[in-house]
Design a binder for this molecule. Structure first.
Ligand SMILES: Cc1ncc(COP(=O)(O)O)c(C=O)c1O
Length: 405
């Protein structure tokens, strides 16, 4: 797997454009603003800032509006996204909610991927719908269906690719072309599963790149956070005002922890991808496994699109056993090394049953239609040795099926 530095725009990043991602992840935050010259950027754990004289500050007034440690994290993510305009939020959902409240008004329409994180579904169905914001869940892997779903009041296409949890892909370039034929229609990509290192949404033509930094960016299950990146300076300023008003900015300590995690992101991703391919191939060859959803497998229907827009196949996959729902859940419970927990992208291998966890609010009929069966198991491959993980899967399968297979 080889990484390429994202193309950069704007003065802040212009001198970073020649650096490789593994260097950028460590040196993307150029600020060294402290008296001791400590190698780590300090935590500015403060609610407010002293005015030098009435009305005169050093650029920061109150941490809900901005904070130097949060700003340092924003610069570090900016170096990977290839735009100076990045804002960090208290959670991935805070980022998506702030984006929607900054962009949308009553009567606007949003197109959402039909397979998408359960929290995003909840945001529209249980909150934004109450404010007369229209939305349609569309198979965004099909460009014709997206064209057909566009209305005169459509303002945003918001997709996830690969989608959580079935790994269905959407063609970012194709969707950007469709969106940009219309005035006022933006394309936003939830790029949590791949990060800008494995898929640069902005380079591919999207207007907004969203990350739940909780996942691969932090990488250690230590924080909850989110980010939004765009080349649109006016949109950034609007987002900044809405973030300040709602209070959705990332907290300084969490920003600092995320900043440390980010430095090893390129190295971690190499291992996540390598381990995931090995395990996907092992699972696919196992007689007790009926289907594996991983873009790096020849059997994955959209593998060509993955090769076109992704720089690698990532660390996420889903699979089904040739077994009942009950047996599938017993398999998860029988694992000793893999941890049954929500979230993904961390050094620990995490396993979940989306139907009872992240996607539990989606009605059964809709879940079945989208391929999110009761039996589906989602796997986030961590950094343990793949042989140890395989041994764990083997012993759990043995517990469920005995020596029968
Ligand atoms: C793809 C995706 N997007 C967004 C989110 C929400 O992020 P957070 O939990 O940081 O609010 C998640 C959380 O699991 C996710 O998996």
């Amino acid at each position: 797997m080889s990484f390429h530095a994202p193309k950069t725009r704007g003065g802040v990043l212009s001198d970073l454009s020649t650096l490789q991602p593994s260097t950028l992840a460590i040196h993307g935050n150029r600020v060294r603003e402290n008296e001791s010259n400590s190698i780590l950027f300090p935590i500015h754990q403060t609610a407010t800032y002293v005015h030098e004289s009435v009305g005169t500050t050093k650029g920061y007034g109150y941490t809900r509006g901005g904070n130097p440690t949060v700003n340092a994290l924003e610069q570090a993510i900016a170096a990977l996204e290839g735009t100076p305009a990045v804002l960090c939020f208290r959670s991935g959902m805070a980022a998506i909610s702030t984006l929607c409240l900054a962009l949308l008004k009553a009567g606007d329409h949003v197109i959402l991927s039909d397979v998408i994180y359960g929290g995003t579904v909840r945001l529209f169905e249980q909150i934004l719908g109450n404010f007369d914001i229209e939305y349609s869940f569309v198979d965004t892997s099909n460009l014709d269906e997206v064209e057909l779903a566009i209305r005169p009041n459509s303002r945003l296409i918001f997709i996830e690719t690969p989608a959580n949890p079935t790994m269905k892909l959407a063609d970012i370039r194709g969707l950007a072309e469709i969106a940009h034929k219309r005035e006022n229609l933006l394309l936003g990509v939830d790029n949590t599963f791949l990060t800008p290192l494995l898929q640069n949404s902005l380079e591919l033509g999207a207007d907004i790149s969203m990350l739940s930094t909780t996942k691969y960016i932090d990488g250690h299950n230590a924080t909850i956070g989110g980010s939004l990146a765009t080349h649109d300076v006016t949109l950034t300023e609007r987002l900044r005002i809405v973030r300040k008003t709602l209070g959705t900015i990332q907290a300084p300590f969490d920003a600092w922890l995320t900043l440390q995690g980010l430095k090893t992101l390129p190295a971690r991703l190499e291992l996540h991808c390598r381990g995931a391919l090995r395990i996907a191939e092992w699972l696919e060859a196992h007689p007790s496994v009926s289907r594996v959803y991983y873009p790096g497998l020849d059997s994955f229907p959209q593998r060509a699109l993955a090769e076109q827009q992704q720089k690698a196949f990532g660390g996420m996959m889903a699979f089904e056993l040739r077994a009942s729902t009950e047996q599938s859940l017993s398999f998860i419970n029988a694992l000793r090394l893999c941890t049954c927990a929500e979230s993904l992208g961390s050094v620990e291998t995490l396993i979940t049953n989306p139907a009872t966890a992240s996607h539990c609010d989606i009605p059964l009929e809709a879940r079945e239609r989208l391929g999110i069966s009761e039996r589906l198991i989602r796997l986030s491959i961590g950094l343990e040795a793949p042989e140890d993980l395989i041994r764990d899967f083997g012993q759990a399968l043995h517990q469920v099926f005995g020596g029968a297979r």
